[in-house]
Design a protein around this ligand. Sequence first.
Ligand code: SAM
Ligand code: DTB
Ligand code: SF4
Length: 331
Amino acid sequence: MNDIRNNWTKEEILEVYQTPLLELVFRAAQLHRKYNKSTEVHVNSLISIKTGGCTEDCEYCPQAARYSTGVDVHKLMTVEQVTDLATKAKSGGASRVCMGAAWREVRDNRDFDKVVDMVSAVNNLGMEVCCTLGMITEEQAKRLSEAGLYAYNHNLDTSEEYYDEIIHTRTYDDRLKTLENVRNANLTVCSGGIIGMGESVEDRCGMLFTLSHLKKHPESVPINALVAVEGTPLENQPPVPIWDMVRMVATTRIVMPKTVVRLSAGRQQMTLEGQALCFLAGANSIFSGEKLLTTPNPEFSEDMEMLRIFGLQPRVPFQDAQPAKTEAASH
Ligand code: SAM
Ligand code: DTB
Ligand code: SF4
């Protein structure tokens, strides 16, 4: 049977998720080796270019203005601040920088002009650049693409059915529209979600169902374990068991064999052994560096040591890029 499919049923995905654990890991590992260079890991670094004070109501998020989480609000960074941080990330071993802003959506204003400048500056360092700025129009996405943007992240977060329980200020269709705009601008699509928000196993599989039914699978799928931040409505959620993370990673790998599966938020709470199982199950990307957007994360040196122990190598940037976007890398 063809492994790359856009016609998975919800029942099939659930059956995969519920396969006995080690069988599931083995099957995912086989597909991972068939479609990807299994010794390589994409190392990405997050820069929170605009932090906190967000108008939106996403129950997991420490940056929503309506929750008191103690996050320091910062206006948009300068291009210099971003290039400095990106340069440090590059020397730490990162090949991609993901710039995140606590915005509902992109607006055509001076702040956006500045983000466009940040994108070209980081692209000129020879790094892949990703942005996550909330909802975006096709025209805005094209502008970023022309400045050298490589990927745009916009998560579905959860299933269509569970979505309204968590996010109250924009709809699932809004999210899908943004993903369509990103695709139409010829950017690569990064979209995944969070587990541990009280959703059912069916919801986790439902999210993978929607992602796998997009016209083209996202090039990368971040799987976040909820970081339960004090002050958010989800502060008392119990930690995600490592077995759930392994199952989610393996199921994502099987449903979308070629996609880059990113072990995203929640690694600070995971053991090395737990992460090793996730890599075996097909994870091939991480966020590295002491902070995610606002919460702690393993430092570059710790992660490089982890990869060394596992016999994995950080991947060099731009291997799958279009020629136009590789210029900076070849200089
Ligand atoms: N404001 C933009 C947006 O919402 O699209 C971009 C930044 S937002 C923080 C990016 C993603 O981070 C969210 O969609 C969510 O999946 C993830 N995220 C936010 N808070 C999280 C948390 N506490 N634990 C795990 N993931 C989280
Ligand atoms: C993604 O899926 N996870 C990252 C990135 N994309 C933007 C963000 C995780 C944020 C975790 C909570 C925080 O540090 O604020
Ligand atoms: Fe704002 Fe994004 Fe956080 Fe939602 S997830 S509150 S849009 S920063």
